[in-house]
Ligand binder design. Structure first.
Ligand code: BJW
Ligand code: ZN
Length: 254
């Protein structure tokens, strides 16, 4: 059970916003059965990021890194969007401008029906050439573990952004522009420790957006938000949409 309270101001902002930007992290997909990275049950409890999520790790031991991504791919391919993803897809239909910026690589926002999605950290279901960057579909090692090669000879790798790598510059630029123009900004299910994504709430604040955080627990950035809602996004987001439709606010117990 979680308890959260949406203020009358948030309800009003929700109803009148014309330019909404939502930033999501692993927490929004937790209720779809996909582990987060940090915290209890997080992936980094069992795996060391520097052994699996850096370009150096990939070059040192591409098979090991591929094995890890293959097991996550399998889980993600069968995962379904949860009520949080679905509520965001529905919200997009209710406002003139809605941008969804996600750090997630699972593709669940598009699977839920969201259209204007910027994937900051790539997509785990795609592969690309480690040398020339060519997209290689869902290419993956076979049962012998051999790493597939691009026509240029480079190794195929998951099309995700590893630590120390640059985010796709066009995607990041468009995301930052959208955030700078937002009148309502939500940060959902992210620990707000990974940059440059963690800069986005500050950009929103600097440009005068009303800012809201949804998370189970306080984060590094909680203090800068105008409003924080503590609880599972799969319960809070549908409840906000329903409350806004009914014109109510106040304490809601999920
Ligand atoms: C719920 C919930 C529920 C649970 N409901 N909530 C500036 C300062 C310091 C460092 C840097 C900096 N700029 C760059 C860096 C270095 C680095 C960085 O940020 N390091 C920090 C960790 C210190 N950044 C980079 O390297 C980035 N590249 C870059 O900036 O290049 C230029 C540069 C390089 C080096 C130096 C300077 C400049 C690239 C970052 C790439 C991140 N890649 C990963 C892996 C992607 C592929 C894969 O999936 O394997 O992306 S790491 C991992 O963390 C993944 C995530 O997208 C990312 C963020 O995690 P997220 O989504 O926040 O998940 P969690 O688990 O941390 O949090 C989940 C939250 O949900 C929790 O708070 C829960 O409570 C909550 N939750 N259930 C609501 N039901
Ligand atoms: Zn290539």
């Amino acid at each position: 059970m979680s308890q959260w309270r949406m203020s009358p101001e948030l309800l009003e902002r929700f109803r009148t916003a014309t330019t909404v930007v939502v930033l999501t992290g692993a927490g929004i997909s937790a209720e779809s059965g996909i582990p987060t990275f940090r915290g209890d049950g997080g992936l980094w409890r069992s795996f060391r990021p520097e052994e699996l999520a850096t370009p150096e790790a990939f070059h040192r031991n591409p098979r090991l890194v591929w094995e890890w991504y293959m097991s996550r791919r399998e889980l993600i391919m069968t995962a379904m969007p949860n009520p949080g993803h679905l509520a965001l897809a529905e919200w997009e239909n209710l406002v003139p401008s809605f941008t969804l910026v996600t750090q997630n690589v699972d593709g669940l926002h598009r699977k839920a029906g969201s259209r204007n999605v910027f994937e900051l950290h790539g997509n785990i279901l795609r592969s690309r050439c480690d040398d020339c960057g060519a997209l290689l579909g869902g290419t993956a090692p076979g049962t012998d573990g051999a790493i597939p090669r691009c026509s240029c000879g480079g190794m195929a790798r998951p099309d995700v952004v590893l630590f120390g790598e640059l985010l796709p510059s066009d995607v990041l630029q468009k995301a930052e522009e959208a955030v700078a123009g937002a009148d309502l900004f939500f940060s959902i299910g992210t620990s707000s420790v990974v940059y440059p994504a963690a800069d986005l709430p500050r950009i929103a604040t600097r440009h005068g957006a009303f800012t809201v955080e949804i998370n189970l627990i306080p984060t590094e950035l909680s203090d800068i938000f105008d409003e924080t809602l503590r609880g599972p996004s799969g319960q809070i987001l549908p409840a906000i949409l329903a409350a806004a439709a009914l014109g109510m606010s106040g304490a809601v117990t999920c």
